[in-house]
Design a protein. Sequence first.
Length: 332
Amino acid sequence: MSTTPTLDITKMKPNDPCWCGSGYKFKRCHKASTDRVIAGTISPMRPVPPEIERPHYAEHGGTDDRDEPMVKPPETLDRMRRTGRAAAAILREVGAAIEPGITTDELDALCHRLCIEAGGYPSPLNYGIDPPFPKSICTSVNEVICHGIPDSRVLRDGDIINLDVTLFREGVHGDTNATWAVGTADPESMRLIRTTRECTSLGIEAVKPGRPVSDIGRAIQDHAEAAGFSVVRAFVGHGVGTEFHTHPEILHYYHPRNDTVMEPGMTFTIEPMIAIGAWEQRMWNDGWTAATVDGKRTAQFEHTMVVTDDGVELLTLHEDGRWSGDGGSPEA
Protein backbone atom coordinates (compact mmCIF):
# COMPACT_ATOMS: atom_id res chain seq x y z
CA MET A 1 0.00 0.00 0.00
CA SER A 2 1.18 3.53 -0.70
CA THR A 3 2.26 5.64 2.26
CA THR A 4 1.84 8.88 0.30
CA PRO A 5 -0.65 11.21 2.04
CA THR A 6 -3.86 11.50 0.07
CA LEU A 7 -6.70 13.98 -0.06
CA ASP A 8 -10.19 12.52 -0.41
CA ILE A 9 -12.14 15.41 -1.91
CA THR A 10 -15.41 13.53 -1.43
CA LYS A 11 -14.98 14.04 2.33
CA MET A 12 -14.26 17.77 2.26
CA LYS A 13 -16.82 20.01 3.95
CA PRO A 14 -18.35 22.98 2.09
CA ASN A 15 -16.72 25.59 4.36
CA ASP A 16 -13.25 24.01 4.32
CA PRO A 17 -10.54 25.98 2.51
CA CYS A 18 -10.36 24.67 -1.05
CA TRP A 19 -7.57 22.20 -1.71
CA CYS A 20 -6.34 24.25 -4.70
CA GLY A 21 -5.01 27.08 -2.53
CA SER A 22 -7.27 29.74 -4.02
CA GLY A 23 -8.20 31.10 -0.60
CA TYR A 24 -11.90 30.48 -1.28
CA LYS A 25 -14.09 28.06 0.59
CA PHE A 26 -14.45 24.66 -1.04
CA LYS A 27 -18.15 25.32 -1.80
CA ARG A 28 -17.27 28.45 -3.79
CA CYS A 29 -14.37 26.92 -5.66
CA HIS A 30 -14.09 23.25 -6.69
CA LYS A 31 -17.02 21.62 -4.91
CA ALA A 32 -19.14 21.47 -8.06
CA SER A 33 -16.66 19.08 -9.66
CA THR A 34 -17.14 16.61 -6.79
CA ASP A 35 -20.92 16.34 -7.22
CA ARG A 36 -22.04 13.10 -8.85
CA VAL A 37 -22.34 13.28 -12.62
CA ILE A 38 -25.92 13.78 -13.79
CA ALA A 39 -26.93 13.05 -17.38
CA GLY A 40 -27.76 16.00 -19.60
CA THR A 41 -29.68 16.19 -22.87
CA ILE A 42 -28.49 13.98 -25.72
CA SER A 43 -28.59 15.59 -29.15
CA PRO A 44 -29.75 13.72 -32.28
CA MET A 45 -27.42 11.17 -33.86
CA ARG A 46 -25.01 12.83 -36.29
CA PRO A 47 -25.09 11.67 -39.93
CA VAL A 48 -22.17 10.07 -41.76
CA PRO A 49 -21.70 10.84 -45.49
CA PRO A 50 -22.69 7.95 -47.78
CA GLU A 51 -19.22 7.64 -49.30
CA ILE A 52 -17.70 6.65 -45.92
CA GLU A 53 -17.16 2.88 -45.53
CA ARG A 54 -19.27 1.54 -42.67
CA PRO A 55 -19.01 -1.42 -40.29
CA HIS A 56 -21.79 -3.99 -40.58
CA TYR A 57 -23.75 -2.61 -37.61
CA ALA A 58 -23.80 1.01 -38.76
CA GLU A 59 -27.30 1.06 -40.22
CA HIS A 60 -29.28 -1.14 -37.85
CA GLY A 61 -27.15 -1.62 -34.73
CA GLY A 62 -25.64 -4.90 -33.61
CA THR A 63 -22.48 -6.35 -32.13
CA ASP A 64 -19.71 -8.58 -33.47
CA ASP A 65 -18.83 -11.87 -35.10
CA ARG A 66 -16.50 -13.23 -32.44
CA ASP A 67 -15.13 -15.96 -34.76
CA GLU A 68 -12.58 -13.57 -36.28
CA PRO A 69 -9.09 -15.13 -36.06
CA MET A 70 -7.02 -13.72 -33.20
CA VAL A 71 -3.81 -13.82 -35.28
CA LYS A 72 -3.98 -11.38 -38.16
CA PRO A 73 -2.21 -11.67 -41.53
CA PRO A 74 0.41 -9.04 -42.45
CA GLU A 75 -1.94 -7.19 -44.83
CA THR A 76 -4.55 -6.74 -42.07
CA LEU A 77 -1.86 -5.52 -39.68
CA ASP A 78 -0.75 -2.89 -42.19
CA ARG A 79 -4.31 -1.58 -42.36
CA MET A 80 -4.55 -1.62 -38.56
CA ARG A 81 -1.32 0.40 -38.29
CA ARG A 82 -2.66 3.12 -40.56
CA THR A 83 -6.08 3.19 -38.90
CA GLY A 84 -4.59 3.09 -35.41
CA ARG A 85 -2.30 6.06 -36.08
CA ALA A 86 -5.27 8.02 -37.43
CA ALA A 87 -7.29 7.19 -34.29
CA ALA A 88 -4.39 8.37 -32.13
CA ALA A 89 -4.28 11.70 -33.96
CA ILE A 90 -8.03 12.18 -33.47
CA LEU A 91 -7.78 11.38 -29.75
CA ARG A 92 -4.97 13.91 -29.36
CA GLU A 93 -6.91 16.66 -31.17
CA VAL A 94 -10.16 16.11 -29.24
CA GLY A 95 -8.18 16.03 -25.99
CA ALA A 96 -6.66 19.41 -26.83
CA ALA A 97 -10.19 20.87 -26.87
CA ILE A 98 -10.91 19.92 -23.25
CA GLU A 99 -11.45 22.96 -21.04
CA PRO A 100 -13.89 24.16 -18.39
CA GLY A 101 -17.16 25.25 -20.00
CA ILE A 102 -17.14 22.91 -23.00
CA THR A 103 -19.84 20.25 -23.20
CA THR A 104 -19.19 16.59 -23.87
CA ASP A 105 -21.56 16.91 -26.86
CA GLU A 106 -19.22 19.51 -28.35
CA LEU A 107 -16.35 17.05 -27.94
CA ASP A 108 -18.47 14.44 -29.71
CA ALA A 109 -19.15 16.82 -32.60
CA LEU A 110 -15.42 17.42 -32.98
CA CYS A 111 -14.59 13.71 -32.89
CA HIS A 112 -17.33 12.94 -35.39
CA ARG A 113 -16.01 15.56 -37.81
CA LEU A 114 -12.40 14.43 -37.44
CA CYS A 115 -13.28 10.79 -38.09
CA ILE A 116 -15.05 11.71 -41.32
CA GLU A 117 -12.23 14.04 -42.38
CA ALA A 118 -9.84 11.12 -41.86
CA GLY A 119 -11.96 9.06 -44.26
CA GLY A 120 -13.32 6.81 -41.51
CA TYR A 121 -16.41 5.94 -39.51
CA PRO A 122 -16.61 6.59 -35.72
CA SER A 123 -16.89 2.98 -34.50
CA PRO A 124 -19.09 3.60 -31.42
CA LEU A 125 -21.86 5.20 -33.49
CA ASN A 126 -24.90 2.89 -33.53
CA TYR A 127 -22.89 -0.02 -32.08
CA GLY A 128 -24.78 -2.46 -29.84
CA ILE A 129 -28.42 -3.29 -29.18
CA ASP A 130 -31.16 -2.25 -26.71
CA PRO A 131 -30.20 0.53 -27.40
CA PRO A 132 -27.28 1.09 -29.80
CA PHE A 133 -24.72 3.69 -28.68
CA PRO A 134 -25.93 7.06 -30.06
CA LYS A 135 -22.65 8.99 -30.31
CA SER A 136 -19.20 8.92 -31.91
CA ILE A 137 -17.02 9.01 -28.78
CA CYS A 138 -17.33 7.84 -25.17
CA THR A 139 -16.88 10.66 -22.63
CA SER A 140 -16.54 9.32 -19.08
CA VAL A 141 -16.36 12.01 -16.40
CA ASN A 142 -15.21 11.62 -12.76
CA GLU A 143 -16.91 8.51 -11.29
CA VAL A 144 -18.10 7.27 -14.69
CA ILE A 145 -15.98 4.20 -15.41
CA CYS A 146 -16.64 3.88 -19.13
CA HIS A 147 -19.15 4.27 -21.99
CA GLY A 148 -20.35 7.71 -20.93
CA ILE A 149 -22.69 9.17 -23.56
CA PRO A 150 -21.84 12.73 -24.66
CA ASP A 151 -24.56 15.22 -23.78
CA SER A 152 -25.21 18.82 -22.73
CA ARG A 153 -23.30 18.55 -19.43
CA VAL A 154 -20.68 21.28 -19.12
CA LEU A 155 -17.20 20.23 -17.97
CA ARG A 156 -16.13 21.96 -14.75
CA ASP A 157 -12.75 23.02 -13.48
CA GLY A 158 -11.50 20.09 -11.36
CA ASP A 159 -13.29 17.33 -13.32
CA ILE A 160 -11.38 14.50 -14.94
CA ILE A 161 -12.52 12.98 -18.23
CA ASN A 162 -11.70 9.92 -20.29
CA LEU A 163 -12.10 10.14 -24.06
CA ASP A 164 -12.47 6.80 -25.87
CA VAL A 165 -11.96 7.03 -29.64
CA THR A 166 -12.33 4.15 -32.09
CA LEU A 167 -12.01 4.65 -35.84
CA PHE A 168 -13.21 2.23 -38.52
CA ARG A 169 -11.26 2.65 -41.74
CA GLU A 170 -9.90 0.29 -44.40
CA GLY A 171 -12.15 -2.40 -42.95
CA VAL A 172 -10.52 -2.45 -39.48
CA HIS A 173 -10.90 -0.71 -36.11
CA GLY A 174 -8.31 1.29 -34.16
CA ASP A 175 -9.32 1.63 -30.48
CA THR A 176 -7.61 3.99 -28.01
CA ASN A 177 -8.39 6.21 -25.04
CA ALA A 178 -6.80 8.50 -22.46
CA THR A 179 -7.73 10.56 -19.38
CA TRP A 180 -7.26 14.28 -18.86
CA ALA A 181 -7.81 16.74 -16.03
CA VAL A 182 -10.19 19.60 -16.81
CA GLY A 183 -8.43 22.76 -15.69
CA THR A 184 -6.86 22.04 -12.29
CA ALA A 185 -7.76 18.73 -10.64
CA ASP A 186 -7.02 17.78 -7.03
CA PRO A 187 -3.76 15.95 -6.18
CA GLU A 188 -5.40 12.57 -5.61
CA SER A 189 -7.14 12.68 -8.99
CA MET A 190 -3.80 13.47 -10.63
CA ARG A 191 -2.15 10.59 -8.76
CA LEU A 192 -4.96 8.32 -9.98
CA ILE A 193 -4.37 9.39 -13.60
CA ARG A 194 -0.60 8.90 -13.33
CA THR A 195 -0.99 5.48 -11.72
CA THR A 196 -3.48 4.37 -14.37
CA ARG A 197 -1.06 5.44 -17.10
CA GLU A 198 1.65 3.40 -15.34
CA CYS A 199 -0.65 0.37 -15.00
CA THR A 200 -1.37 0.46 -18.73
CA SER A 201 2.33 0.71 -19.54
CA LEU A 202 3.19 -2.21 -17.22
CA GLY A 203 0.42 -4.29 -18.78
CA ILE A 204 1.88 -3.60 -22.22
CA GLU A 205 5.36 -4.54 -21.02
CA ALA A 206 3.95 -7.92 -19.94
CA VAL A 207 2.97 -8.79 -23.52
CA LYS A 208 5.32 -11.55 -24.68
CA PRO A 209 4.77 -14.43 -27.10
CA GLY A 210 4.38 -17.78 -25.40
CA ARG A 211 3.07 -16.26 -22.17
CA PRO A 212 -0.58 -16.31 -20.93
CA VAL A 213 -2.56 -13.08 -21.07
CA SER A 214 -3.02 -13.39 -17.30
CA ASP A 215 0.50 -11.89 -17.00
CA ILE A 216 -1.07 -8.61 -18.15
CA GLY A 217 -3.68 -8.59 -15.41
CA ARG A 218 -1.14 -9.53 -12.75
CA ALA A 219 1.13 -6.61 -13.66
CA ILE A 220 -1.76 -4.13 -13.64
CA GLN A 221 -3.36 -5.34 -10.42
CA ASP A 222 -0.07 -5.46 -8.51
CA HIS A 223 0.78 -1.86 -9.38
CA ALA A 224 -2.72 -0.45 -8.82
CA GLU A 225 -3.19 -2.08 -5.43
CA ALA A 226 0.32 -1.13 -4.28
CA ALA A 227 -0.73 2.48 -4.88
CA GLY A 228 -3.91 2.02 -2.82
CA PHE A 229 -6.29 1.89 -5.80
CA SER A 230 -8.59 -0.85 -7.11
CA VAL A 231 -9.06 -2.46 -10.52
CA VAL A 232 -12.52 -2.47 -12.10
CA ARG A 233 -13.50 -6.07 -12.90
CA ALA A 234 -16.59 -5.77 -15.09
CA PHE A 235 -14.93 -4.36 -18.23
CA VAL A 236 -12.01 -5.92 -20.06
CA GLY A 237 -9.60 -5.54 -22.93
CA HIS A 238 -10.49 -7.42 -26.10
CA GLY A 239 -9.40 -8.66 -29.46
CA VAL A 240 -9.88 -6.17 -32.28
CA GLY A 241 -9.48 -6.14 -36.05
CA THR A 242 -12.20 -6.29 -38.67
CA GLU A 243 -14.56 -6.60 -35.68
CA PHE A 244 -14.79 -4.03 -32.89
CA HIS A 245 -14.74 -6.56 -30.02
CA THR A 246 -13.59 -10.15 -30.38
CA HIS A 247 -11.31 -12.73 -28.75
CA PRO A 248 -9.13 -12.85 -26.69
CA GLU A 249 -10.53 -11.38 -23.48
CA ILE A 250 -7.91 -9.42 -21.51
CA LEU A 251 -8.64 -9.16 -17.78
CA HIS A 252 -6.97 -6.26 -15.96
CA TYR A 253 -6.63 -8.27 -12.77
CA TYR A 254 -5.05 -11.68 -12.26
CA HIS A 255 -7.13 -14.77 -12.86
CA PRO A 256 -5.45 -18.11 -13.62
CA ARG A 257 -8.16 -19.14 -16.07
CA ASN A 258 -7.44 -16.09 -18.25
CA ASP A 259 -4.89 -18.34 -19.90
CA THR A 260 -4.93 -17.63 -23.65
CA VAL A 261 -1.33 -17.90 -24.82
CA MET A 262 -0.07 -14.86 -26.71
CA GLU A 263 1.15 -15.49 -30.27
CA PRO A 264 2.88 -13.24 -32.82
CA GLY A 265 0.24 -11.50 -34.93
CA MET A 266 -2.41 -11.54 -32.20
CA THR A 267 -4.13 -8.16 -31.80
CA PHE A 268 -5.98 -6.86 -28.75
CA THR A 269 -6.47 -3.87 -26.46
CA ILE A 270 -5.22 -3.24 -22.95
CA GLU A 271 -7.42 -0.65 -21.20
CA PRO A 272 -7.40 -0.84 -17.39
CA MET A 273 -9.97 1.14 -15.42
CA ILE A 274 -8.50 2.07 -12.03
CA ALA A 275 -10.63 3.41 -9.16
CA ILE A 276 -9.87 5.46 -6.05
CA GLY A 277 -12.45 3.51 -4.04
CA ALA A 278 -14.64 0.50 -4.78
CA TRP A 279 -14.21 -1.36 -8.05
CA GLU A 280 -17.87 -2.41 -8.29
CA GLN A 281 -20.07 -0.64 -10.82
CA ARG A 282 -23.66 0.51 -11.16
CA MET A 283 -25.34 0.99 -14.52
CA TRP A 284 -27.33 4.03 -15.52
CA ASN A 285 -30.76 3.67 -17.07
CA ASP A 286 -29.34 4.56 -20.50
CA GLY A 287 -27.98 1.01 -20.74
CA TRP A 288 -24.40 2.16 -21.38
CA THR A 289 -22.98 4.42 -18.67
CA ALA A 290 -21.19 2.56 -15.88
CA ALA A 291 -20.22 4.42 -12.68
CA THR A 292 -18.57 3.42 -9.42
CA VAL A 293 -20.96 2.40 -6.67
CA ASP A 294 -19.38 4.81 -4.18
CA GLY A 295 -19.14 7.82 -6.49
CA LYS A 296 -15.33 7.92 -6.35
CA ARG A 297 -13.28 8.65 -9.42
CA THR A 298 -11.78 6.35 -12.01
CA ALA A 299 -9.30 6.77 -14.84
CA GLN A 300 -8.40 4.74 -17.92
CA PHE A 301 -5.86 4.54 -20.74
CA GLU A 302 -6.02 2.23 -23.76
CA HIS A 303 -3.98 1.08 -26.73
CA THR A 304 -4.55 -1.42 -29.52
CA MET A 305 -1.46 -3.61 -30.05
CA VAL A 306 -0.05 -6.61 -31.86
CA VAL A 307 2.12 -9.32 -30.32
CA THR A 308 5.49 -9.52 -32.10
CA ASP A 309 8.18 -12.19 -32.20
CA ASP A 310 9.95 -10.57 -29.24
CA GLY A 311 7.32 -8.42 -27.51
CA VAL A 312 4.68 -5.95 -28.62
CA GLU A 313 3.99 -3.14 -31.10
CA LEU A 314 1.48 -0.40 -30.27
CA LEU A 315 -0.83 0.23 -33.21
CA THR A 316 -2.50 3.33 -31.71
CA LEU A 317 0.63 5.22 -30.70
CA HIS A 318 0.66 8.82 -31.94
CA GLU A 319 3.17 9.44 -34.71
CA ASP A 320 5.27 11.55 -32.32
CA GLY A 321 5.79 8.47 -30.13
CA ARG A 322 4.12 10.00 -27.08
CA TRP A 323 0.96 9.03 -25.25
CA SER A 324 -2.06 11.31 -25.06
CA GLY A 325 -3.70 12.38 -21.81
CA ASP A 326 -2.36 13.54 -18.48
CA GLY A 327 -0.34 11.64 -15.92
CA GLY A 328 2.94 12.04 -17.75
CA SER A 329 3.49 11.08 -21.37
CA PRO A 330 6.95 9.56 -21.81
CA GLU A 331 7.75 7.69 -24.97
CA ALA A 332 6.36 4.18 -24.90
